[in-house]
Each structure stands twice: as structure tokens, then as C-alpha cells.
Ligand binder design. Sequence first.
Ligand SMILES: [Zn+2]
Length: 194
Amino acid sequence: MRRILLLILALMPFAGMAQTKLNPSDYIYPIREVAGLYSANFGEMRPGHFHAGIDIKTDGVEGKPLVAVADGYVSRISVQAGGYGRAIYLTLKNGQTAVYGHLSRFRPDIDSLMQADRYRRKSNSVDRWFEADRFLVRQGDLIGYSGNSGSSGGPHLHFELRDTKDQRLRNVVSEGIISPIDSLPPRFMKLHYV
Ligand SMILES: [Zn+2]
């Protein structure tokens, strides 16, 4: 008994650290009508931080339909000049939060709510959180349109998944949620000497 207790105590510090594997079949692709090319991967170094998601190219244009990857609800909308620009957050029933960044516009009912909010507060930036019953979404429902807003160097969708309970980021590529087709062998481009 004592040995079991010691074992439990020894393992306790790791109890909160384990992330359960995501199931790729729980998700559909977050964007429609694109070729499926990518401009940035998860974990790339950026000034002061690392890239928290994957960047899906939108073939040089804005306005590609964005869809809910799984069932859930719209939990947050943010609009800012930099960062993710127009961004939408979905709290999913499966325990994840999906983040879509750099949108051109939200779906019409959310867009008109945002416009009213901006006029009322006489401010361009918006950060609104919603209860679960406000904007329910089913997998595949339209949530908005891709764009180039915020800190974005060209039309693309920034997509990421986080554990809802502690906001820990998931690697959507290594976990098989987004599976880029990549047949090119790696090429040696640059060597940094420190
Ligand atoms: Zn990005």
C-alpha cells in the first residue's frame, strides 16, 4: 500500500502534463476552395515568439469560405490592427479551441454585430466573448471568409488548435489534423554560426 502511495506521489507532478492525442477523424479541413498549399508551419521561429499554428495559402485572393472544423460554438471574436486581425475562436465539444486568423469578414450575423459594437464604442478594435448558446456551430457550418487582416504579408488563413482548459497549443501537423502533401526532400539553405 505504502509503495503504491509513493508511486502516486512520484507521478503526481506529471499528471497535468500529459496531452491526450487528438483524433484526426474528429475534424474537417477549416477552409474550402483552396489548392491546399502552405506558407508557414507550426513552431517556426518569429521575432519574440514561435508560430502557434499553420498558415494555409488562399491562392492569392481573399474571401475563401471558412468552416467549423467540428461541432461547438463561437466563443470569441477579436478585431485588431495587428496580430491576427479579424479572428474567430470556436470552443469545440471535443475539448479543443480552434482559432482562425486574418479574416476579411465574419459570417453575416456576426459581422453586423461587430459593426454595431464598433460604432457604439467608437473603437476599431473588438474583443468579445460569447456564452455557449449565442452562436452554435455544427461541423461544416460557414463561420466567415479568409482575408489578409492584421499582421499578414498576403492572403492566407492562420489556423490553430488549443486545449480549451489550459490554452496549450497543439501541433496540428504532427497530430494529423492538417496533412500537407509534401514530396520534396529537405534542402540545405543556410547555416547559422553562433
Ligand atoms: Zn500564422
